[in-house]
Design a protein around this ligand. Structure first.
Ligand code: XIL
Length: 315
């Protein structure tokens, strides 16, 4: 039957995946499925600060370009990820004083966004990532501790200046349901937009786990952001479980995938869903959450799982 991207396109939505540059460079099965099934791609790591500017002023775009070139060859859009984050950012940035840190941030955004500003494949950016703590306060990252909250508005303005046509997003995790963290995000987006800061889009990462339950108010939460006038999207969907897999866990996982796609379908301003990878052969989950895994829609041998069928049938 038709690939995921065909069904998503018929609804006017994208279906995305994160791409790892290793298998992208040397594994045919990986490349073929990535090209065939998805209409949008996100670099899993290759556009992060440690990859693009490992030392100050020394920009390296080999991995980022590999992802953009692959997308271009396969008529896919690229979602840029990510410009300002507390993680995977070199020590040289973290040690700067306020004036130098703000300048480094603005230069980084200018160089990275500017490189692709005239590339029609690259359509959007996660400008800031994970700026909240789970209680709804601001995360006390080195960004916040050095610059205060103003770095967020400054980052969006720098990104807009570097590419007036790119859609600019704020992205976070544990914001799928209506809770203290998502409400803090809602309030910040509302306030930034009232001040004229160019926030166009809100990304909910969607790193779910079957043992923690499904956020049943996901659609309601998407809709309240949409009502602020921003586009919304699911940016990093995966549904982990305690390994090993079994049929019961697979079935539960499939309902989570189906529910996420259904929620996006039901909200006009939801542009699409990106899955954080596609094969369990390459997933951040086992490395990050010991004892958990099997979070994606193909198994390690590139066979479709019930979660694939669920996404396919919901699209
Ligand atoms: C993860 C990648 O998947 C891993 O390969 C890497 O080692 C760490 O980062 N939130 C994000 C993503 O915004 O960038 C993270 O990606 C997963 C959590």
């Amino acid at each position: 039957s038709a690939p995921l991207r065909t069904h998503a396109a018929a609804r006017g939505k994208f279906i995305g995946t994160a791409l790892a540059t290793g298998p992208l460079s040397n594994e045919t099965s990986y490349r073929d499925l990535a090209a065939t099934e998805f209409s949008q791609v996100t670099a899993e790591n290759a556009m992060k600060w440690e990859s693009t500017e490992p030392s100050q002023g020394q920009f390296t775009f080999s991995g980022a370009d590999a992802v953009v070139n692959f997308a271009t060859q396969n008529n896919q859009q690229v979602h840029g990820h990510t410009l300002v984050w507390h993680s995977q950012t070199p020590g040289w940035v973290q040690g700067l004083g306020a004036t130098a840190m703000r300048a480094a941030m603005q230069n980084h955004i200018s160089q990275v966004v500017g490189r692709y500003a005239n590339n029609p494949a690259v359509v959007s950016w996660d400008v800031v990532n994970e700026v909240f703590d789970d209680n709804g306060g601001m995360r006390t990252s080195f960004w916040y501790n050095t610059l205060g909250q103003s770095y967020i508005a400054d980052a969006f303005r720098a990104a807009r200046a570097a590419d007036p046509n790119a859609r600019l997003c704020i992205n976070d995790y544990n914001v799928e349901g209506v809770n203290a963290k998502s409400t803090a995000m809602y309030n910040l987006v509302s306030s930034l937009r009232q001040q004229g800061v160019p926030v166009d889009c809100v990304g909910l990462q969607g790193h779910l786990a079957i043992q923690y339950g499904f956020p049943g108010d996901l659609q309601q939460n998407l809709q309240r952001f949409a009502d602020l006038g921003v586009q919304v999207r699911i940016t990093e969907l995966d549904v982990r479980m305690q390994t090993p897999r079994d049929a019961t866990k697979d079935a539960t996982q499939a309902t989570y995938y189906r529910n996420v796609v259904n929620a996006c379908n039901a909200v006009t301003a939801c542009a699409g869903v990106t899955i954080w990878g596609f094969t369990d052969k390459y997933s951040w989950v086992p490395d990050t959450f010991p004892g958990q895994g099997a979070a994606l829609i193909y198994n390690e041998s590139y066979q479709q799982k019930p979660s694939y069928t669920a996404v396919h049938d919901a699209l």
